[in-house]
Design a protein around this ligand. Structure first.
Ligand code: GAR
Length: 203
C-alpha cells in the first residue's frame, strides 16, 4: 500500500477527491497525513476522514528554507512514500525538493508548459486561448517545469470567468491525480525512471 502525504493551501477539493478514492476498497494508496502552510479550509476533509493534519504556517518563519525544514520534519514523521502538492500555493525550497524528489508530484490547472505559476487559470483567460487544461507533474527545481505524468485539454467557453473555468478544470485534475496515484502505487509509473529520463533529455 502506497502511503501518501498531501499538502494544501485552500479548499482542498482535489484532496477530498483523493480521500474519497482512497476509501474505495482496492484502491492501492492511502493518505497518512495532510499538511498546509496556513489554516486551510481543506483540513476539514482530512478531519472528516480521521487523517492527521500538520500546520506549518509559512508566515511564522524568517526564511523559506526554515519553513521548508520544519515542514519536512513534520511530514517525514509519517514516512510517506509519495508527497502530493494539491493546491499548495508556495514554492518549496530547493533542499525540500531534493529531499522528496522524485516522489513529489504537483497538480496544476493548465496544460503545462503553458501557463505555469500561481495564476494558471487567470493567465490562460488573459491570453485569450480557446483551450487550456490540467496537468500532473513531477516536481523539480523550477516552477511547474518538471516531467509531465498526465495532462488533458479543457475548453475555454465564451463568457468564462476565472471561477467558471477553474471549476471546469478541477474535475479533470481530480481524475488525472487519482489515476496517477493509482499508477504509481501499482508500479505502472516509476517516478525515478521518469525523472532520470527527463534529466537525460537536458542539453
Ligand atoms: C487546484 O486547481 C490546483 O491545481 C491549484 O490550486 C487548486 C486547488 O484547489 N494549484 C495551483 O495553481 C498551483 N500552482 P483545491 O484546494 O480546491 O483542491
Amino acid at each position: 500500500m502506497l502511503t501518501v502525504a498531501v499538502l494544501i493551501s485552500g479548499a482542498g477539493s482535489n484532496l477530498r477527491a483523493l480521500l474519497d478514492a482512497a476509501a474505495e476498497p482496492g484502491f492501492p494508496a492511502r493518505i497518512v497525513v495532510v499538511g498546509a502552510d496556513r489554516q486551510a479550509d481543506g483540513f476539514a476533509h482530512a478531519e472528516a476522514f480521521g487523517i492527521p493534519t500538520v500546520l506549518v504556517p509559512f508566515r511564522e518563519f524568517e526564511t523559506r528554507e526554515e519553513w521548508g525544514d520544519e515542514l519536512r520534519r513534520q511530514i517525514d514523521v509519517w514516512t510517506p512514500d509519495l508527497v502530493v502538492l494539491s493546491g499548495l500555493m508556495r514554492l518549496l525550497p530547493t533542499a525540500l525538493v531534493d529531499a522528496w524528489a522524485p516522489a513529489l508530484i504537483n497538480t496544476h490547472p493548465a496544460y503545462l508548459p503553458e501557463f505555469p505559476g500561481a495564476h494558471g487559470v487567470r493567465d490562460a483567460l488573459a491570453a485569450g486561448v480557446t483551450e487550456t487544461g490540467a496537468s500532473v507533474i513531477v516536481v523539480d527545481g523550477g516552477v511547474d517545469s518538471g516531467p509531465i505524468l498526465a495532462q488533458e485539454r479543457v475548453p475555454v467557453l465564451p463568457g468564462d470567468t476565472e471561477h467558471t473555468l477553474h471549476e471546469r478544470i478541477k474535475p479533470v485534475e481530480r481524475r488525472l491525480l487519482i489515476d496517477v496515484v493509482r499508477a504509481i502505487a501499482e508500479g505502472r509509473t516509476d517516478l525515478a525512471a521518469v525523472a532520470a529520463s527527463a534529466a537525460s533529455d537536458l542539453p
